[in-house]
Design a protein around this ligand. Structure first.
Ligand code: AMP
Length: 365
């Protein structure tokens, strides 16, 4: 059985590493054969919408999935007609457009920050008049890791943000003064069976995930998040792993965005849960029984950005594991992550402080 993956980044690499023990083999499409997936599978070189590369992928693979979201919709609609393709293209299309995503939340009664579509400079003026300052202007498409968004704090920011974001279709969102950010990861089989992981707490710096702790223990928020993700997965007739990121304000969740794939805030599940998000994604797209999602303890995951710490130093911390994606170092680039699993939250947090110090950062209070 061969799994095809559009994108051979670290997510594709970790999907393949989880699939090998199940007897599966992997083939990727990526712009470069240097991409991390190339270490564990064949890469067909080409753009994500290169018809020749996608044809070859459809020929070689029994099931096709993706590890990136910015795959042109028309290209995947085409491949989905020729080979089993999961998660569904409609779910991918919804996640690619912040306006469609927000409208889906609203239609399903999943709370989300107030938002308005902004197609023109005049519409932006009207939206600012309604939502006020501070607010957040985001491009509808191709935003990730804090890119494609600007915070508006005063009237002078409006022009600059409109220009800087390239006058493309956008949304304006009310600024949420959140207590913290959490995410839930769920997995669904085509037959409808669903499992959810514990909520994870995510700390971002400059829009990029810095570290994650799980479980984030709050029974009522956990129940709410599971209700929302089940509703969303059913609505999208979903198969595979899906992530929702939320802001937490008091006892309320507000959905920020979804990712129709395995997610950086779920890397802790490799060592910190009975079955990892990667293995469960593969099980789901093959319609195999889903694995247990229970936590093995208290986990922390630290992203390694821009430069790698010494392996020996990471491994000298009790309970720590290293994941090196084998990428060329570049400023703020995600080069790897390390995870730590401990029996208790206090012990986990001590280890987390040490990991963050090795990664050149500190715990945010
Ligand atoms: P996003 O690209 O939408 O995931 O946003 C990246 C980060 O910007 C989020 O994780 C938040 O920390 C922050 N952010 C995005 N939208 C808002 C908002 N409406 N209010 C406050 N902070 C936000």
């Amino acid at each position: 059985m061969k799994i095809g993956i559009i994108g051979a980044g670290q997510l594709g690499r970790m999907l393949a590493l989880a699939g090998y023990p199940l007897g599966l083999r992997f083939v990727f499409v990526d712009k470069t054969s240097e991409a991390p997936g190339g270490q564990v599978g064949q890469i067909i070189e080409g753009e994500f919408d290169d018809p020749a590369a996608l044809d070859r992928l459809a020929e070689l693979a029994d099931v096709v999935t993706f590890d990136v979201e910015n795959v042109p919709e028309a290209a995947v609609r085409d491949i989905a007609e020729r080979v089993r393709f999961l998660p569904p293209v409609d779910a991918l299309a919804t996640a690619q457009d912040r306006l469609a995503e927000k409208r889906t939340f609203s239609a399903l009664h999943i709370p989300t920050p107030r938002f308005l579509p902004v197609a023109t400079r005049e519409a932006l003026e009207l939206a600012v008049a309604q939502l006020g300052f501070p607010s957040v202007l985001k491009t509808r498409r191709l935003g990730y890791d804090g890119r494609g968004q600007k915070f508006l704090n005063r009237p002078e920011d409006v022009d600059d943000a409109w220009e800087a974001l390239g006058r493309v279709p956008m949304i304006l969102e009310a600024f949420v003064e959140f207590d913290t950010e959490v995410s839930i990861i769920g997995v669904r089989r085509p037959s409808g069976d669903v499992r959810c992981y514990s909520l994870a707490e995510n700390i971002h710096e400059d829009g990029i995930l810095s570290y994650t702790r799980a479980p984030y223990i709050d029974e009522s928020l956990q129940q709410g998040a599971e209700r929302y993700i089940r509703r969303l997965m059913e609505h999208l007739d979903y198969a595979g792993v899906l992530t929702i990121e939320f802001f937490v304000t008091g006892d309320q969740l507000m959905a920020n965005e979804i990712a129709p794939r395995v997610h950086n805030s779920g890397h802790w599940t490799i060592e910190g849960a009975v079955t990892s998000q990667f293995e469960n994604h593969i099980r789901a797209i093959l319609d195999l029984p889903l694995g247990e999602t229970r936590c093995n303890g208290h986990s922390a995951m630290v992203n390694l950005l821009g430069e790698m710490p010494e392996l020996v130093e990471v491994l000298s911390i009790a309970g720590a594991h290293m994941h090196d994606y084998g990428k060329e170092p570049r400023r703020k680039r995600k080069l790897g992550h390390c995870t730590l699993v401990a029996a208790g939250a206090g012990e986990r947090d001590l280890g987390l402080s040490r990991l963050l110090r090795l990664a050149g950062r500190s715990v945010r209070e």
